[in-house]
Design a protein around this ligand. Structure first.
Ligand SMILES: [Fe+2]
Length: 597
């Protein structure tokens, strides 16, 4: 059976497909297809990459369709919005061509949806049923009768349970009792839930409500994730996207004690939940108040304040959770789990030393959870899913396909075939100060490039960070780059650490090595590593072994292969486009070394 989990629309929409018969996985975020970061478009474009087989189940990672009060029929209006956005995409720019929009086949469908909704409301149909019917109609219409037959079941699952399932099934602790905590902006009216997973059983032990202080818009709900996003926005970055920049900036500041206290006083931890007082937290939703705070203090002090708030509240919450005494494994998921310094503090300040942070911790990961829940609901065996340790679930391209693409662009690029010898050549170039792009195998699922769509460089070179920033990434100069490191080097280089493969937590590097690897270490002495074992990614491991032979360290800087403002490359054409559009020195793509003509 083909089971497709989705975050069907909205921020970080994505699909995760389980073929239960062949025991294979495929997953991709919409942003990789459209190259628009965090794209919120419906997943129809990503679905085109799936095998052309009948889909047994499509699951969506939201379920709270019983909204009432200020949100009213939010899911229906969202469903219509999804249709309108699809029209926008199809038309390229709808605003300038209203008469063309009127002719689009989905325009009539959106009107039908609106009309049937109003009739159902007038007839007193429960809002939950109206909403679910509307979203299901949108899914069926957008995917079309060829992919979604009348036999295809459409299912909806709780957002946080989807996050939690993605954490448990990607963790090395699968089968053992685990505490799983989700943290995000909000999903299905909560910003955090805590569960105990024991084998096939799970129990929700806590739920932290997101509350709408002013009515209407869930992006404004009280939540730990949203408070961080509001600070991100006030500091001049893109909210729900650039939180990592604020987090990096925090290392340069000092928390403002009375502001930190005020924020902390707005939160109460009780009954295994975090409750946020809407009245006390209100100023921190106000852009003018936050702008004043930054003016009075500084961006970095404000960043340090909200970072300290996040760390303190999450650490206190984890330490407060009851009914977890026999559980020593912790899994984290949800967009807030992308905060790598918070994850370090959890390691240092709670009793949990067995920690797993989901590599697809953002909302793309809920597609994974939705697929797993749907498969289990229909008694499909998914016990093999945790064997897929590395999230290489995306599209891949054969050497023949790559060669054909390179030949088709012979006016722009030249290439030589190194075959399996490429890691040694690439390592030599990197050691000589070159910035090199790597494209191989299946694309990563989740926000990090883990050696298959990566740009890498020598961390021992103190100028390399600035060079990558200026010529390729245009990131703030203070934002660190993550290193990939041989797992066998982990204990030598770090003060304390655990095996971690996904660049989702920081560890403190021993000072003597921090000095030797300046471009891989942040100002606070931490690095955010991907520890690489041979079985994780054999060619990438070979590259790191070559680096160890040449430099004494099995370490490279690894940043995602994309130009500033674009999502990570997916296809060989994307790779060549980005290679040509910036100052990368060479590109290694499936064993071919590519240079400019
Ligand atoms: Fe979420």
């Amino acid at each position: 059976m083909i089971v497709v989990g989705s975050k069907f629309y909205g921020h970080d929409s994505a699909v995760y497909c389980i073929d239960t018969e062949h025991k294979t996985l495929f997953a991709v975020s919409t942003e990789r297809v459209t190259r628009k970061k965090h794209d919120d478009a419906p997943v129809s474009v990503s679905m085109e990459l799936l095998p052309e087989e009948e889909i047994g189940i499509i699951a969506h990672s939201f379920s709270a369709f019983d909204d009432s009060g200020p949100c009213g029929s939010v899911q229906v209006s969202t469903a219509i919005d999804v249709v309108l956005r699809k029209i926008d995409r199809d038309m390229a720019c709808s605003a300038s061509a209203p008469e063309e929009i009127a002719k689009h086949p989905l325009t009539a469908f959106a009107a039908e949806l609106q009309k049937s909704t109003e009739e159902a409301k007038a007839a007193g149909t429960p809002i939950a049923y109206i909403n679910q019917t509307a979203v299901e109609a949108v899914i069926r219409r957008l995917l079309g009768p060829k992919r979604v037959t009348p036999n295809t079941r459409i299912k909806f699952f709780d957002h946080h349970l989807c996050h939690a399932m993605s954490a448990y099934y990607s963790s090395p602790f699968f089968g053992r009792p685990c505490l799983i905590v989700t943290l995000d902006g909000q999903g299905d009216r909560f910003f955090s839930k805590a569960y105990i997973f024991r084998g096939d059983e799970h129990k929700e032990i806590g739920a932290s409500p997101a509350i709408l202080p002013h009515g209407g818009y869930w992006g404004d709900a009280t939540s730990i994730g949203n408070i961080y996003a509001f600070f991100t926005q006030a500091a001049g970055f893109k909210p729900w996207s650039d939180e990592g920049k604020l987090e990096a900036l925090a290392a340069f500041g000092t928390p403002i004690p009375h502001v930190l206290q005020e924020m902390r006083d707005a939160c109460v931890i009780a009954d295994n939940a975090i409750y946020i007082s809407t009245s006390k937290i209100k100023p921190f939703h106000d852009p003018e108040f936050l702008a004043g705070l930054i003016e009075e203090h500084s961006r970095s002090d404000c960043a340090a304040t909200v970072q300290a708030f996040l760390e303190d509240i999450v650490v206190d919450y984890l330490n407060s959770l009851s009914a977890t005494d026999d559980v020593d494994c912790l899994c984290l998921a949800g967009g807030v789990a992308a905060n790598i310094v918070m994850n370090l503090k959890i390691y240092e300040r709670t009793r949990f030393k067995n920690i797993h942070i989901t590599p697809y911790m953002g909302d793309e990961g809920t597609a994974c959870g939705a697929a797993l829940l749907a498969a289990k609901l229909y008694k499909q065996d998914v016990s093999w899913v945790p064997n897929h340790v590395m999230p290489y679930f995306g599209p891949s391209y054969s050497r023949e396909e790559v060669k054909a693409t390179l030949l088709s662009r012979a006016r722009e690029v030249a290439f030589t075939d190194l075959g399996e010898a490429w890691p040694a050549v690439a390592a030599r170039e990197v050691t000589n100060g070159r910035i090199v792009a790597l494209f191989q195998g299946k694309m990563e699922f989740g926000p990090r490039a883990l050696g298959n769509r990566s740009i890498f460089a020598n961390p021992a070179d103190p100028t390399i960070r600035e060079r990558i920033n200026v010529s390729i990434k245009r990131r703030p100069p203070w934002q660190p780059f993550c290193p990939s490191i041989l797992e066998s080097e982990r204990e030598r280089l770090f003060v304390a650490s655990y095996p971690h493969k996904y660049m989702a937590t920081a560890f403190r590097m021993k000072p003597e090595y921090a000095a030797a690897l300046p471009s891989a270490v942040h100002i606070d002495g931490t690095a955010r590593p991907q520890f690489v074992s041979p079985e994780d990614n054999p060619p990438y491991h070979r590259l790191l072994e070559e680096m160890r032979k040449l430099t004494g360290f099995g370490v490279v800087i690894n940043t995602s292969f994309n130009l500033h403002g674009r999502a990570i490359v997916m296809t060989p054409d994307h790779a060549i486009d980005d290679f040509l559009d910036c100052n990368l020195d060479s590109l290694f793509i499936e064993g071919f070394r590519v240079t400019r003509v």
